[in-house]
Design a protein around this ligand. Structure first.
Ligand code: R5P
Length: 298
């Protein structure tokens, strides 16, 4: 058995392959058969002692089942260590029961993963009310990597006007915004957000006059319906921002949302490649590989 290999589910093959190359580890894909009744059957490649499983969990429902089924096969074939690399980790936003009877999805999905894997590596998981990723997956090793330095360096390499203001669309984005602004030596602000429904938000910004005639870069971790960002772009423009660039970690939205962002006044929208998306510009392979180097034989 080889000591370590990267296995990936059908989907983000390019990103998984880039990770395998960065680690200089063999790469193979899990096959997924779909039965006429909707059941799925994964077939895993030849096992290694450690398998690094690459699975970005956007559109997560079927992927989570596929992971559970494949984990059964890997273990039965003798894999000793299963490391899940989920650059986007789904179901983290429902971290409390916000109404009687609701599931705490974060806890349930965390349990499902911690029962099957020895280590979880992700990027900017939505942990605003949970202090650390280890609390989501008790009993296994867990790392929540920070994409802010990578995004900051990417922006810096492209050139950032020193008058630029970094904006966060809500209070929860403050740690990401602050980290980015600190890295670039720029000022920052966060909108306060009231969510009125899945697709309706209201934003307000204290000190909005400061935006007049200045470029802004709006940063966020997850963009799903895009309503938050579209509102933030529109408000920044209303308050006189000269240009509006958007840099985000996990792009979960479709083409129509991208068009709406441009219509609202976005000059550029870029994302990390945690989820395959037309806005991908900032590869995560080096960040992930640095965290996973400890899995390689010495
Ligand atoms: C919220 O806490 C997150 O950081 C994002 O701002 C939010 O998930 C965006 O959602 P949407 O794109 O659906 O407005």
């Amino acid at each position: 058995m080889t000591p370590v290999a990267v296995h990936a589910f059908p989907g983000p093959a390019r990103q998984a392959q880039a990770l395998a190359e960065a680690l200089d580890a063999p790469f193979a894909q899990v096959e997924l058969h779909r039965f006429p009744d909707g059941e799925i059957l994964p077939t895993v490649p030849a096992p290694s002692q450690t398998v690094i499983v690459y699975a970005s969990l956007d559109q997560p429902n079927e992927k989570l089942i596929a992971l559970c089924l494949a984990a059964e096969a890997w273990r039965r074939l003798g894999v000793r260590r299963l490391v899940l690399v989920a650059p986007y980790l789904a179901y983290m936003r429902q971290d409390a029961a916000f109404a009687p009877g609701q599931a705490i999805s974060q806890r349930a999905v965390g349990g499902l993963l911690s029962e099957r894997f020895d280590r979880l590596v992700t990027v900017d998981a939505h942990l605003h009310r949970t202090r650390e990723l280890g609390a989501v997956v008790p009993g296994i090793e867990a790392e929540n990597l920070d994409a802010a330095p990578l995004i900051g360096d990417w922006l810096a390499a492209r050139g950032v006007d020193p008058r630029t203001m970094i904006l966060g669309p809500d209070e929860e984005s403050a740690p990401l915004v602050q980290a980015m602004a600190g890295r670039l030596g720029l000022g920052w602000r966060c909108f306060s957000k009231t969510r009125l429904g899945d697709r309706e938000v209201r934003l307000a910004l204290a000190g909005a006059d400061d935006l007049k005639g200045r470029p802004v870069v709006i940063v966020d971790d997850i963009v799903s319906t895009g309503r938050t960002l579209i509102a933030a772009i529109g408000k920044a423009r209303e308050h006189g921002a000269s240009t509006a660039r958007v840099a985000l970690v996990h792009a979960l939205f479709d083409q129509s949302v991208l068009q709406a962002m441009v219509a609202a006044g976005a000059d550029e929208v870029v994302s990390t490649d945690s989820v395959p998306h037309p806005t991908n510009a900032i590869p995560l392979a080096a960040l992930l590989a640095a965290a996973l180097a400890s899995e390689l034989p010495r």
